[in-house]
Design a protein. Sequence first.
Length: 197
Amino acid sequence: MLNHPAPELSVIQCAEHMQVANEIAEKSITLVRDHANLLPIRLKPEQRIAVIVPTPEDLTPADTSSYVTPQLAESLRTYHAHVDEFVISSTPNEKEIASVLKQVNGYDLIVIGTINAFHQNGQAMIVREIQKMNIPMLVVALRLPYDLAAFPEVQTYLCTYGILEPSMRALGRAVFGHGAMTGHLPVSIPGLYEAGS
């Protein structure tokens, strides 16, 4: 067995590594569907976007997602000034759901980030209730792509597969038409889309 010296800690987030992370993030953004023709986002400067995002939690013993604050709203503010963020728990209850629905009523576009909504009924309920409000909405699965199965009637659905900054920046660029969405589903969404779609 060869003994190689451990790399110095200065390599963490060095320019070369960040370039690779950005390239991977940009190539992974997956547009699953846009039946509502919302993309690229075309809003007047005075129109407002509401961003709803759950607080990440660790889904496995090795997971560290709970230490990350998704920069979804910030990624959109790079391209549109009027973006408000509404952070919900990963398992919102009826009171929290009612509160956020009241707060986002009247916005011109709602962007909902979901994390494991396939198993979190509260997140799925928020999506379904906002659909009833007839406000343009796009849903972004920030982790696993299966969330669409919890609300298969959603018209505009994307996947980032991650909540770290490179993925959020790539998403912001893509939804405003400054980057291509060339990703493909790595797995099937049962009953809806086959892997590779």
